[in-house]
Design a protein around this ligand. Structure first.
Ligand SMILES: [Fe+2]
Ligand SMILES: [Fe+2]
Length: 314
């Protein structure tokens, strides 16, 4: 697979980023669970430092330089940042290894961790968005298999075979256990979430597990299918034309029974070519929480061919 070596590095970053976020929140708590912090810092050291950074320092960076990337360019900066990460982590490990921690030490741990986390997140962003894409110019197709094999070897030497899968499972479990589930929407005001959903060229309707309409986007905007506030709280069966009601019931029944996750249709309507889809919404346990209906005029996409990479006046 092309760019598999980049996928490996970016997947490593996801583990590191998730661990950072969970640890950051845990450390800011009034009552810190030190066992959780200990495990998270071990993940950052064993996986982030010993395994991931070694893939870059021992294999990827040297190959970039060998293939002509200037030594004083981005690689030098990345190496400096790895060094800074190590320094921070060593300070962090030192504080958390003490059985009795003074208030002063906890305070300085919080400051150090914030700095470490900010540096590492920035570093990951630079690699994902700048260095890796730029580095592609210095990686020959024949180098790709070499990189993947070497990355696997480093993983095996540092964290053992299947290390990535194990660490990923561990971080996901910690995220759940510590009640620190990462919720990106929680930080956004509802007005912004509404505007995001309204900015898309699609119509969305959400019907909850009791078949009641709870949400639709573009409330005050022009829509393909008229929907007004009075639809909210009504059952989906009350909102659909009688001739399609048996279909709606069948889809919802099958979704509730766990036999179906989506249903799609396409129809001609008022000069448009509508793609209409129903997607089951489920929680982590797979329990049915409702269904989202998506309506989109796909006419503009049907004629697409080749590529369009330039910006036009739209
Ligand atoms: Fe790095
Ligand atoms: Fe990295």
């Amino acid at each position: 697979m092309a760019d598999m070596y980049i996928t490996i590095l970016i997947n490593d970053h996801s583990i590191i980023e998730k661990t950072l976020v969970i640890a950051e929140r845990q450390i800011e708590r009034e009552k810190i669970n030190w066992n959780v912090v200990q495990t998270l810092v071990e993940i950052l050291w064993n996986y982030g430092e010993l395994c991931h950074n070694a893939k870059e320092e021992k294999i990827y960076f040297p190959l970039l330089l060998e293939n002509g990337m200037p030594p004083m360019g981005p690689v030098a900066v990345m190496l400096q940042e790895h060094e800074a990460e190590r320094n921070y982590l060593n300070q962090i490990k030192k504080i958390i290894s003490q059985t009795e921690k003074t208030a002063e030490e906890i305070k300085s741990l919080r400051i150090i961790f914030r700095e470490y986390s900010a540096l590492t997140k920035e570093h990951i962003w630079k690699e994902n968005d700048i260095l890796y894409p730029m580095g592609k110019n210095f990686i020959k197709p024949t180098d790709e298999a070499y990189l993947v094999t070497q990355f696997k070897m480093i993983e095996q030497e540092t964290v053992g075979l299947g290390g990535y899968e194990r660490f990923k499972t561990l971080v996901d479990a910690l995220e759940k256990e510590s009640g620190e589930r990462i919720d990106l929407l929680a930080s956004l005001p509802t007005e912004l979430i509404n505007n995001i959903l309204d900015s898309l060229p699609i119509e969305l309707t959400f019907v909850d597990a009791n078949d009641r309409v709870r949400y639709f986007n573009k409330l005050d905007k022009e829509k393909i299918f008229t929907r007004s506030l009075s639809a909210i709280g009504r059952t989906v069966q009350q909102c659909h034309p009688p001739k399609s009601i048996h279909l709606v019931n069948k889809i919802i029944e099958e979704m509730k029974a766990g036999k179906r996750d989506k249903a799609t249709f396409w129809i001609h309507f008022n000069g448009m070519y509508l793609f209409i889809a129903y997607y089951a919404v489920r929680n982590e346990k797979g329990e049915y929480q409702g269904v989202v209906e998506l309506v989109q005029d796909v006419n503009p996409y049907r004629a697409l061919e080749g590529e369009k990479r330039l910006l036009d006046e739209e």
